[in-house]
Structure formats: structure tokens, C-alpha cells
Design a protein around this ligand. Structure first.
Ligand SMILES: NC(=O)CCC(=O)C(=O)O
Length: 267
């Protein structure tokens, strides 16, 4: 990177075929290769939620990736080969006690540097019947920038975003499978998390149809002032956008929300 405060993101807004992991692996690989062919090579690749299986929840025990092994092999070798960070959307990950909705993160050398399992399960899509909830927050470092992770429904919990910000996050990554008809909620909640925490929000949604459910895409990068840096439409696309970490410090200096908090009065 020429200028160390700037980071270029590539968000792979893909269709996901529920119940067909091999097809989704192939699609993801194809889009990752395409992203790296761009003349302004990205520093970070990011994907949607549950990109390996989609919401094939009734078959999830059979479809989920045991301990994320297959996903790790692909993402680790790709990040090492191309020298790119990967915030791996999320996968259905099978562990001994059940299936988790887990983000895996890799650095430019292919090392797995972080993981996060979705802690708030979304009942409207029956997650609580088939998935286990994670029990720790998700943090990582991209170049020298502290970042946090939330998965889809998690963005309805501002206290989690605030905790990540208080712990030092300047960026927030949000992989999602957020369906119609809640585009207004998606855009409003992401923008609110960016403004209130004065952080970049980088959110990658899927597009396409799965049974009766349609997904609107609209992956977004929002700056700490609440302005939209980049936003996709409803099509399958790679959304590129640059972030500048200096802006986080500028906004936090201009309106010193974190200094003005009075947590002793919020109990
Ligand atoms: N996959 C999800 O967590 C969907 C969350 C959602 O649609 C919402 O409205 O919240």
C-alpha cells in the first residue's frame, strides 16, 4: 500500500445457492479471482453471510463445513497467493456441539488471524432451531487498523457495536443475508452504527432468490460521517471502495462523542 491510512475493499455481492456448497465454492473462487484482476488491486476481500450453504437449515448438519476446514484451505491459500486480507463473510461451520455461523479472517500471508460466530440468532429465519450462538465478540487488525465484526441481525444491537468501538474498532465488518422487504432497515441501521460510533461500516449482503425469499444486495461502505462511499444495486457484482483511516480520527476529534459519554448515568 502506498499510503498506509488508505485501504481498498472489494465486497463480493454474490448469489448463493442454498444447499449446494460445491457450487458456492466455485462461484466464490471465480469472483475472488476477478476481484484480484482489477487494476487497482484490493487490500481486503469480503463476502456475504453463510456463503457456503445458504439458509439450507434443515440439512445444515450434513452440509456445514467441519471446523471450517474446506473454507480455511481455500481462503488461506488464496490470501497467501495474492497477498490479500480476507474477511471471509461467514460459513456454516460444524463443531462437536452443533453448527455455528462463523466468520474466518486471514491476513496477507494466509494466517487465520481471527474468527467470530454470530451471537444473536435471527428467529424470523429459524436460526435458533438449527444454529448455536457464538459467545465472544469478533475483533481483528487490518494493517494497523483495529476492526470489529458483526453478522447480519447483530446490527440491530447497538450495544455490541458500541462495545467494539470502545475496545478500539475503527472499522466494522458486516456480512449478511438480509432479505426483502427490509431494505430501509438495512440502510438505516448500518448508517446509524457508522454515525453513532464514528467508524467505517463495510457491509456485504447477498443477492438473488432462495425459495420464497429474495435478497436485495445493496452492499455498502459507509464512512464515519455517515456518507456512503460505495453502494451496490441488486445485481451480482464486486463492489470496490477505498477507506481512509484518517477520517475516523478527524470525525472523532470534531465531535468528541467518546469523551462526552456519561456511562455512569446510563445504568
Ligand atoms: N440473516 C439475518 O440475520 C437476517 C437479519 C434480518 O433480515 C433482519 O431484519 O434483522
Amino acid at each position: 500500500m502506498a499510503n498506509t491510512t488508505r485501504i481498498r475493499m472489494a465486497l463480493l455481492q454474490m448469489n448463493i445457492e442454498a444447499g449446494f456448497p460445491e457450487r458456492n465454492f466455485a462461484k466464490l473462487q471465480e469472483m475472488m479471482e476477478k476481484a484480484m484482476e482489477d487494476k487497482h488491486k484490493p487490500d481486503v476481500l469480503m463476502f456475504p453471510e453463510m456463503w457456503n450453504t445458504g439458509y439450507a437449515l434443515e440439512q445444515i448438519e450434513d452440509l456445514a463445513d467441519p471446523y471450517g476446514k474446506q473454507s480455511t484451505e481455500l481462503l488461506s491459500s488464496f490470501s497467501k497467493k495474492h497477498g490479500v486480507y480476507i474477511v471471509g463473510g461467514s460459513i456454516a461451520e460444524k463443531r462437536e456441539d452443533g453448527v455455528y455461523n462463523t466468520t474466518l479472517v486471514f491476513d496477507r500471508e494466509g494466517n487465520r488471524i481471527s474468527d467470530y460466530s454470530k451471537m444473536h440468532l435471527f428467529r424470523l429465519m429459524s436460526e435458533e432451531k438449527y444454529l448455536k450462538a457464538g459467545s465472544h465478540t469478533g475483533r481483528l487488525e487490518i494493517e494497523k487498523a483495529e476492526a470489529g465484526m458483526m453478522i447480519c441481525y447483530d446490527i440491530r444491537f447497538p450495544e455490541l457495536a458500541r462495545k467494539l468501538a470502545l475496545d478500539g474498532a475503527k472499522l466494522l465488518f458486516v456480512p449478511a443475508e438480509w432479505p426483502n422487504p427490509r431494505l430501509h432497515h438495512w440502510r438505516t441501521l448500518l448508517t446509524a452504527r457508522a454515525i453513532e460510533n464514528q467508524m467505517y461500516v463495510i457491509a456485504c449482503n447477498r443477492m438473488g432468490q432462495s425459495g420464497e425469499t429474495s435478497f436485495f444486495g445493496h452492499s455498502m461502505i459507509i464512512d464515519p460521517w455517515g456518507e456512503i462511499v460505495a453502494e451496490a444495486g441488486e445485481e451480482e457484482v464486486i463492489l470496490f471502495g477505498d477507506i481512509d483511516l484518517k477520517l475516523v480520527d478527524d470525525v472523532r476529534t470534531r465531535i468528541p462523542v467518546f469523551e462526552d459519554r456519561r456511562p455512569q448515568l446510563y445504568k
